[in-house]
Write a protein that binds this ligand. Structure first.
Ligand SMILES: C[S@@+](CC[C@H](N)C(=O)[O-])C[C@H]1O[C@@H](n2cnc3c(N)ncnc32)[C@H](O)[C@@H]1O
Length: 258
């Protein structure tokens, strides 16, 4: 855990680099809350909230937000972002396999394949049970996961850059590298290079992540108890039902608390 705690040690650069598809993702989350929950969604927990791209946007749209992350640096970063907007949020450092909230939420989210940090099915089961304890009946749990859709070379990589004022962040990210067919564990790599007024700083991260197969995930949800499967998607648009894609890169899963 210690090692992963250090993994997301450059929150500002991460936040700038990954300020990519976030609005579309949040639009989709709000759509799911309205379409699939059996209760009105107001209180939302962002699990492994990272630097808060979804948490902040949902707070901006009037949701009462809580955030949980293993990294105290990320939690502090989100705290400052909320404070700068004069907004409230219940933020805590914690492990997604073992947490309890003082007050139940109407929905939970876990974005950008953060569940991939759970390297065994036992951890994933513990996680699903912890989330079930936190969500009100009729409420939702929405999350996205990478899916390998090729047996020969599922690896994918991306490079891009973002500018914020004078700061330029060059990012490269690759996932699904060297998937082990037995453990389903793969390598994820990220490089962020900050160019600020002629000075360069480079930040590298590499960690293990794990993929689950869609049917395996459904079996785990049934085994964990507490949630029913509602729908899944291969992207963040309501018509992108997972079965309609032959080569999905991600699955976005909607569960409802029973
Ligand atoms: C890929 S980042 C995603 C962050 C954010 N959800 C986003 O969409 O940008 C993964 C996050 O998971 C957190 N994390 C890793 N293991 C965790 C655990 N066991 N419990 C809670 N958070 C964890 C990391 O600190 C990191 O912030």
């Amino acid at each position: 855990m210690k090692r992963r705690y250090r993994d997301y040690a450059a929150p500002r650069l991460y936040e700038i680099a990954f300020d990519t598809n976030r609005k579309v993702e949040v639009d989709f989350l709000v759509h799911c809350f309205k379409r699939y929950a059996r209760i009105r969604v107001h209180r939302v927990l962002d699990i492994a909230c990272g630097t808060g791209p979804h948490l902040i946007r949902l707070a901006d749209r009037g949701y009462a937000m809580s955030g949980l992350d293993l990294s105290s640096e990320n939690i502090e970063f989100v705290r400052q972002r909320l404070a700068a907007k004069d907004r409230q949020g219940e933020l805590r450092v914690g492990d997604m396999t073992d947490f309890r909230l003082e007050r139940l939420v109407d929905a939970a989210i876990c974005m950008q394949d953060s569940q991939g940090h759970l390297l065994t099915n036992d951890q994933l089961l513990a996680h699903l049970r912890a989330v079930a304890r936190a969500v009100r009946r009729g409420g939702l749990y929405v999350f996205d996961r990478f899916v390998a859709s090729s047996w020969t070379n599922p690896a994918r990589s991306w490079s891009w850059f973002k500018r914020r004022g004078r700061l330029i962040v060059r990012a490269s990210f690759s996932a699904l590298n060297r998937v082990d067919p037995v453990s389903q564990i793969f390598h994820e790599r990220m490089t962020l290079e900050a160019i600020d007024n002629g000075t360069r700083r480079r930040y590298r991260q590499s960690h293990l992540s794990r993929m689950v197969f869609p049917q395996e995930l459904r079996a785990l949800v049934a085994l964990a108890g507490g949630f029913e499967f509602v729908q899944w998607f291969f992207g963040f648009k309501p018509h992108q039902i997972l079965e309609r894609s032959k080569h999905p890169l991600i699955m976005v899963v909607v569960l409802r608390r029973t």
